[in-house]
Structures are given as structure tokens and as C-alpha cells.
Design a protein around this ligand. Sequence first.
Ligand code: NAG
Ligand code: NAG
Ligand code: NAG
Length: 482
Amino acid sequence: MARRWWTLPLFLVSALAPSFSLAGPAFENTAIVRTIELGGSLVHVSTTYAVKALEPGQTTYQIALSKVERAKTSWLEAKVKGQTTPLKLSEDESSAEYLLSISLPKALAVNGTLNLVLETMQTHVTHPFPEQAAQNEPQLLKYETDLFTISPYTTLVQRTKIKSIAPNVISYTTPHDVDSFVRDGSVTRSGGTITYGPYHDIQTDTDFVAKHQQSVSVHYSFDYPVIEVETLRRTAEISHWGSNLNIEDKAHLHNAGPTLKGHFSRLEYQSQNFQRKQAPHILSDFTLHLPPGVTNAYFYDQNGNVSTSHLRTAPSIAKGSKAVQYSVLQLRPRYPVLGGWNYSYTIGFDTPLQDSVSYDAKNGVYMVGVPVLTPIPGTVVNDAEVKIILPEGATNVEFVSPFPEISNSMSTHISYLDTVGRPAVTFTYKDLTYKHTGIIYVSYQVPLSAHLKKALSVSAAFFSLFAFTFMARRVNLNLHKK
Ligand SMILES: *[C@@H]1O[C@H](CO)[C@@H](O)[C@H](O)[C@H]1NC(C)=O
Ligand SMILES: *[C@@H]1O[C@H](CO)[C@@H](O)[C@H](O)[C@H]1NC(C)=O
Ligand SMILES: *[C@@H]1O[C@H](CO)[C@@H](O)[C@H](O)[C@H]1NC(C)=O
């Protein structure tokens, strides 16, 4: 639901006008620069706040986002500029806008300065405009945002850069009633970059937002398909017996670009491919980075095995190694996926268990790490479910997700040769992006009795198979003799 908020009419946006009564003038922003990198289903925003303390001993700085913007933001992270460790942040949604409180690494003295960077990923914020395109036409998208970056503190100067990868920007909004903040022009364009501002002396009072906040939009050409994975079901199954971790993804993918005007011409499609001038709104293949050391990879859809995939395997690497290596799986759906079309598929692969499970002999605890997802570049995953199936008889199960999940639950999964079933833990998430590639850790113990039970049930199965073959042979022999 939340992701549809961007379609709310504009008057609602201004009804959410902030009131910053709580925060005193502890800081001032000497400058704010917001950079918006336009994409298809993902838009990356990076905002730098040049901060100056006005009161002694300040340890918490607050960033404001409108509720509409917060609803569109699926990931956010704050850092001191140039540093790699994210700062601790807490959110307060009780006021008219979202306030993010950022813990500064050390207290600032009066006139002390710091550059903070807030990075966010927005999802479902662009839409095709027009909504239809012929096979040989470009793909045009529209993106809208608030003109001013709001803050609980006065801002001496601020600007917003909106960057399109392709230089052909069709149009952009010229702001109105901004003369009092502008010294030399309120918007400029250079290639694919539109710059709003610099705007001077932006105040914090409710009046300012009510009077001057406005929506601006950029209409641009985007040369890659706009892909959303509507649902992703990942199942990771740990087998101590096979010393194997199997991962299977069932995905339902949707091309959210403009729908096709007129008929699809395969001839035109093939000649576009041949000239390497593929229609930007048609998805013909995509690439996934799988872990190193994968075996038994498969790719199928409703009609069976899709034989046009291609896997290049990197050798398995030791756990904890910093080496960046991955196997590359190139997937070519059975048919080109046009705007508005869907494609459902399943991929799966095995990796050696020792690449993702470690064992602490001292207290008998296993720890497994399973990636939340394998991202398709530039793609949002609307609803994800990750189910981790532990070995039979596993107890003392504990788990931690790399970022907050929407829900988690335990269940029991029964499969072939199981006696009591396997404990499974399932996580659900929303609006995942390539920033959400963290690892879920699950720890568990497997009591000796569970190992023995498994051994018994496996040998019983083998024995009956053996007995059956033996009998069959005898019967056969007997028949033969007669
Ligand atoms: C802070 O800077 C202002 C103006 O630059 C100056 O007037 C003031 O004395 C400074 N305060 C401290 C505590 O350094
Ligand atoms: C499926 O297709 C792949 C080619 O990508 C082929 O190597 C594999 O043998 C096929 N599997 C089956 C079960 O037909
Ligand atoms: C694609 O899937 C969505 C639901 O996931 C459905 O509403 C839509 O009708 C499908 N489109 C086509 C062309 O089948």
C-alpha cells in the first residue's frame, strides 16, 4: 500500500506541512546539496548537509523527510562524508514529517562543523509517460519531487541536482514564486543534469513550507527496461548429509515500462537486436551474480527447462575471504518481456555447505549465512519471502536479519526420509533493492540423537531398497531359470 503514496494529489503534500516546534536552533545548515540519480524502478538520492553547531555539546542532528518521501524510501543510511561506517539513526514518525535523529560520532562545540551524507533508495517513483510506446520509440519516464529540502534548521544555501543517464531530457518544471531566494536564476540545465537553485536563506517555519514548497518534475528518456519483481520466494535448504546448501528462487517479474502501441513485430525485434539498438522497453535478457562454487544450476518457467541460459562458474572461495568473486548466470526468458508483460520463473543452485556454515565445536553451535536476495540490477523486489530450512532435529534456533524484516515465523518442513521434519524460519520483506544484499544469520544445534535418527532412517531406506533389489533379482533369476 505504502508504495502507492506518490500518487496522492498534491494538496495532500502541502497539508503535511512540517511544524518544527520541538527542535531549537542547535544547528544551522551552511549548505545542503541533494543529488537525485534517475533510474527506472529505483532512484538513488544522496544529500550532503554541511552542518554548523550553534549550541555547545551537540550530539544529535535531525534530518526531516516529508511523509510522502519517507513512504517512497525503502533504504536509508547516514554517514560522515568520506567515512564508511554508518551512523546510528532513529526515526520519529509522530510529527507531521519524519524526523531522523542521527548520533554524531562526537559532540560538536559552538561553530564546530561537519559534513553529513544521507543516502536513500526510492522505489516506485517513476512512471512511463506516455503510457504506450511503439516498438521503435524511446521509453520516456517522469519523476516528481519536492523542490526544497526541508530541515529543522535554517539553511543558508541549498541546491538540488537531478541527473538523467541519457542526455535527452524532454522537459522539466520551472519553479514559481521563488524570486526571494534566488540570486541568479532558479533552474539550469547542462546535458542530462537539471540543477534547482542555489536557493538562499531557507527558513524552517511552517509558513515557509505551506507558501513555497512545490513539486517539480523531470521528463526524461531511459534506455533500460523498468523491471519490478512483484514476488520473490527464496528457499534455502541446508543438508548436513549432502554437505550442501540449495537455494531456489521463484520470481514473478513485471515490466513496468510503457505498454506496446500496435503489434509486436518479431522481425523488427530481431533486426533491432542485430543492430544492437534494442528497444529500451523490452527485456530480452538479464544477468545475476551467484556465489562462487555453484553447481547444478537450473532455470525453468511454466513451460519447462529454459535452455538459453548461460552460467560461468567461479571457483569456491573460503568463508570470510574478502575476495570479490561470483559466478555469472545470464538468463534469457523464453520470450522477450514487453512493457506490461509478466514472466514467472524459477532458478536454483547448490553451493558447498562449508562456504556458508561454520561450526563452533566448543558449544556445538552451527551458524549459517544466507543472502536475502540475488539482485537483478536496477530492479525492485516488491514482496520477498526468504525461508531457511534447517537440518532435521535442529534445536535452539536463533536468527538475525541484516535489516528489519516485516515478519518472521518458525514452521516445520517435512521432506523425503524425514521422521520429525525440519525446522524452518521464514522472513518477509518489502521493496528490496541492490542495497539490501545483506546476509541472514541463523544459529542452531543438532543433538547427537537427531544425527542418529537420521542415520537410522536413511539406512532403513537403503536397506529396504537393497532388500527390494535383492528380492527382485531372485525373482528374476528364478524366472530366468525356468
Ligand atoms: C562563532 O562564530 C561567530 C561568527 O563567526 C563568532 O562571532 C563567535 O564568537 C564564534 N563563537 C565561538 C564560541 O567561537
Ligand atoms: C536445461 O538447459 C540447459 C541449457 O541451459 C541444459 O544444459 C540442461 O541439460 C537442460 N536440462 C534439462 C533437464 O533438460
Ligand atoms: C501481470 O501480473 C499482474 C499481477 O502480478 C496482473 O495484475 C497483470 O494482469 C499481469 N499482466 C499480464 C499482461 O498478464
